[in-house]
Design a protein around this ligand. Structure first.
Ligand code: ARG
Length: 453
């Protein structure tokens, strides 16, 4: 590459500073697929002969095998994955290899490789999300009738079913899958043929290349095509959101796993010990996931910041997209794998959950709604029940221990049937509007998810 324009090689320190092959070598498969398609397009316009095209293809496939077997020698001095493979090809097949880079620049080549990589990873991450959803659904089905308190502000609020909580996680993961599908629409665009920034005087059939590489569309502006990393930003956002969801789930499980709550217990296989305190069993997997989510946000910030003041078309800054991208992919892949393995072994302590949910105060809203159903405006009912709760606190009794006569004094709308308000399961049965935690709704949701997964 430097033979024409330069009089001496790049300094050692320059090579080390600017190389990307140490990390972009993971794109080799996409680089080779792109070159095979490019060679076909070149042969169609007579830049290379059919024989040369075959030689290029065979050479590239041999190089692919060599890389896969670990025998390929990556050279830092050749900067990146593109130059390494091209140099190896020319060494293998001679002059034919030297024709491959016609009407192509590393600027459109790297954009192509990264798009192919992101497309593949969208599929992989989606499939791991599905595995996670399957694990959530299995856990839900195994504990269908477990009642627990639902919380707001981390204060006991109203009774729910554990299944209802878990199905909430399903929704979040589903949005993640949808977001990835949407990100794919803008990733699925072929940039190859844009060359450095202005296309080429050698006119290739880009539609053909797109078909060969399974792209849905062809980029419509060569300057934009080599500049555009929106799809990387979007994908990193998708991954950051997955992290956010896993982190919130982690936080709930960490709290529920405390001795104070005792709602769940992590399997020994997914817990760690303390080097000092012999009794400790720590929820490090969920803590790590919460922590790694910070890295995912950092990677998103990093690409957004890299992009914000770049002049149009290609600038070398764009090389900085890859480490953040790869790191987020690796992080989310492993986190999803962990959760799919860990959730089925999560022990659910139904007695502890049920005991916590049997606090009659959790049905204070139901009590207010009892009065509403008998004609009282909600605000007034809210006030009456609120003052009853305050009374109970002073007297050290539960809301369901107030003598009926006293209730009657607060409102003549109270009737003897008020006692049944304090039946948690009855309360759940009634919460049957779409989205509510009634057992009937939950059964319908499970049916819906099963059909989907
Ligand atoms: N390693 C480079 C990157 O990742 C490839 C493109 C280099 N192009 C250039 N004109 N120097 O972006």
């Amino acid at each position: 590459m430097r033979k024409g324009r330069f009089t001496k090689p790049a300094a050692e320190i320059t090579q080390r500073y600017s190389e990307s092959v140490s990390f972009d070598q993971r794109l080799y498969r996409y680089d080779i697929a792109g070159s095979v398609a490019h060679a076909e397009a070149l042969s169609r316009v007579g830049i290379i002969t059919l024989a040369e095209r075959r030689k290029i293809e065979n050479g590239l496939h041999a190089i692919e095998k060599e890389i896969e077997s670990g025998k390929f020698k990556w050279e830092c001095s050749l900067e990146d994955v593109h130059m390494n493979i091209e140099a190896a090809l020319t060494k293998r097949i001679g002059p034919g290899g030297a024709k491959l880079h016609t009407a192509r620049s590393r600027n459109d080549q790297v954009a192509l490789d990264v798009r192919l990589y992101v497309k593949a990873e969208i599929a992989e991450v989606s499939s791991r999300l599905r595995n996670c959803q399957r694990a959530v659904l299995d856990l839900t089905e195994k504990h269908l009738d477990v009642v627990m308190p639902g919380y707001t502000h981390l204060q006991r609020a109203q009774p729910i079913l554990f299944a209802h909580y878990m199905l909430g996680q399903m929704e979040a993961f589903e949005r993640d899958v949808e977001r990835l599908r949407d990100c794919l629409v803008r990733t699925d665009v072929l940039p190859l043929g844009s060359a450095a920034l202005a296309g080429s005087t050698i006119v290739l059939d880009r539609e053909l290349i797109a078909r060969q590489l399974d792209f849905a569309r062809v980029s419509q502006n060569s300057i934009d095509a080599v500049s555009d990393r929106d799809f990387v930003c979007e994908f990193l956002f998708c991954l950051a959101m997955i992290g956010l969801h896993l982190s919130r789930l982690s936080e709930d499980l960490i709290i529920w796993n405390t001795t104070e709550f005792g709602f769940v217990e992590f399997s020994d296989a997914f817990s760690t010990g303390s080097s000092l305190m012999p009794q400790k069993k720590n929820p490090d997997i969920t803590e790590l996931t919460r922590g790694k989510t910070g890295r995912l946000y950092g990677n998103l910030m990093s690409i957004l910041t890299t992009m914000k003041a770049l002049p149009s078309s290609y600038n070398r800054d764009l090389q900085e997209d890859k480490e953040a991208l790869f790191d987020s992919v690796d992080t989310v892949r492993s986190a999803l794998e962990m959760f799919a393995a860990m959730l089925p072994e999560l022990k659910i302590n139904r007695e502890r959950m049920q005991a916590a949910a049997s606090d009659p105060n959790l049905l204070a809203t139901d009590l207010a709604e009892y009065l509403v159903k008998r004609g009282m405006p909600f605000r007034r009912a809210h006030m009456i029940i609120g003052s009853l709760v305050a009374d109970c606190v002073i007297r050290g009794i539960a809301l369901n221990q107030i003598p009926f006569a006293e209730l009657k004094k607060r409102s003549s709308l109270f009737d003897v049937d008020v006692a049944k308000i304090f039946d948690v399961r009855r309360s759940l049965l009634q919460r049957r509007a779409i989205g509510g935690p009634s057992p009937k709704n939950i059964a319908a949701q499970i049916k819906r998810w099963k059909a989907k997964l």
